[in-house]
Design a protein around this ligand. Structure first.
Ligand SMILES: Nc1ncnc2c1ncn2[C@@H]1O[C@H](COP(=O)(O)OP(=O)(O)OP(=O)(O)O)[C@@H](O)[C@H]1O
Ligand SMILES: [Mg+2]
Length: 358
């Protein structure tokens, strides 16, 4: 594998990267990545479609079309990009939008690609405008104009590129300018995973980590993993730690998983501290909303993006929070989940936390 100097992860906003992941965790995460489409759990649609795209390209002896992968963090975009390269038997170069601030940075990468190489551009929506425009031409015509010199004396030297496959990943497909989006031959949208799929992920990871886990233990972890394999793997590792210390490495069953996840403050519905903080602020400080995203973020001491991209998609999907044109609003289920009493219907008064609420 062929890493860009920036490495795989440096460009990601550190706040969007799992803050509890230490070096060991990251190494384990890499070790747990499925290596081919066969091993990749779930995402049936994307997998089937991608399989056709890759098989057809292989049969033609051609380079695969450019692929855009969109979806929430931890659903497997980076993993799929590596699988694409592996399935095509091609090397992969990994970089990210924020690492490419100047068109020159991109030109340097593009001009050093080998024929058939996969260029993985993570967080493609965060690339600079000039680089984006250079990318249009590179994707369509496999050509870039390298600007030599400055000011009136500057000249554009056209440079032919070998055919390559761009794999772009984004958590925010809506932020991509349409001309860029349209240049991808295939767009795969990654969905959250079903609990049964996460159970398969957990059993697979447990095998790789040499951890003994029962079906009920895996189900317990899967149910709290927010539809996200990265979280499932992380919770599995924490439950493993607990089992190692408290049960002398015994099998992970429902009770062990339960007790461990209590220690790590992951509640039965899978809400973690951040989720509960966001919901708690929305209910207790703003009477259930509507409240603007920025205000909510300040109230929990987090960046807007963290609240919007890490906590909210899950809360919305769980039916605990709604995004409305006037701001974020808590649903009745949110009040119930935190054990609070919603404001009286129709009284027009702001909601009061229940006297005995937590
Ligand atoms: N379909 C899957 N089957 C098994 N494991 C998976 C699957 N998808 C993801 N994983 C696991 O989840 C972890 C996170 O996946 P990955 O890094 O590919 O997510 P991502 O979508 O790139 O996230 P981000 O947006 O944060 O970069 C990986 O370590 C991988 O082991
Ligand atoms: Mg990734």
């Amino acid at each position: 594998m062929n890493w860009d100097e920036t490495g795989p992860d440096t460009a990601a906003d550190p706040r969007l990267v799992d803050s509890s992941a230490d070096g060991e965790d990251q190494a384990v995460e890499a070790a747990l990545r499925p290596k081919d489409l066969e091993e990749f759990v779930g995402q049936e649609k994307v997998r089937e479609q991608l399989d056709l795209v890759l098989r057809a390209a292989r049969a033609r002896g051609a380079t695969a079309d450019h692929v855009l992968l969109s979806g929430a963090p931890g659903l497997g975009k980076t993993t799929l990009s590596m699988i694409i390269a592996a399935e095509m038997g091609a090397p992969i170069r990994i970089t990210s939008g924020p690492a490419i601030q100047h068109a020159g940075d991109l030109a340097a990468i593009l001009s050093s690609l080998q024929e058939g190489e996969v260029l993985f551009l993570d967080e493609i929506h965060r690339m600079s405008r000039p680089a984006e425009e250079m990318l249009y031409m590179a994707m369509e015509d496999f050509r870039v104009d390298v600007i030599v010199g400055k000011g009136p004396g500057a000249t554009a030297i056209p440079l032919e590129l070998p055919p390559f496959t761009l794999v772009g990943a984004t958590t925010r497909a809506g932020l991509l300018p349409p001309p860029l989006r349209d240049r991808f031959g295939f767009t795969g949208h990654m969905e959250f995973y079903e609990p049964s799929e996460l159970e398969r992920v957990i059993h697979r990871s447990a095998r790789l980590l040499d951890v003994e886990i029962g079906a009920d233990g895996a189900a317990e972890i899967a149910g709290r993993s927010r539809g996200t394999p990265r979280i499932a793997n992380r919770l599995l590792r924490r439950v493993r730690d607990y089992a190692q210390v408290k049960t002398d490495g015994g099998i992970i069953d429902k009770d062990v998983a339960n007790a461990a996840l209590k220690v790590y403050e992951v509640d039965p519905r899978g809400l973690d501290r951040l989720d509960r903080a966001v919901l708690g602020a929305l209910l207790k400080l703003f009477g259930g909303g509507p409240v603007g995203l920025s205000t909510l973020a300040v109230a929990v001491g987090e960046e807007r993006e963290t609240v919007e991209e890490v906590a909210e998609p899950f809360l919305v999907r769980e039916g605990l929070l709604a995004r409305t044109p006037r701001g974020r609003v808590a649903t009745p289920a949110a009040w119930a989940h935190l054990g609070l009493v919603p404001p009286q219907q129709g009284s027009g008064k702001a909601g009061q936390p229940g006297l005995f609420g937590t």
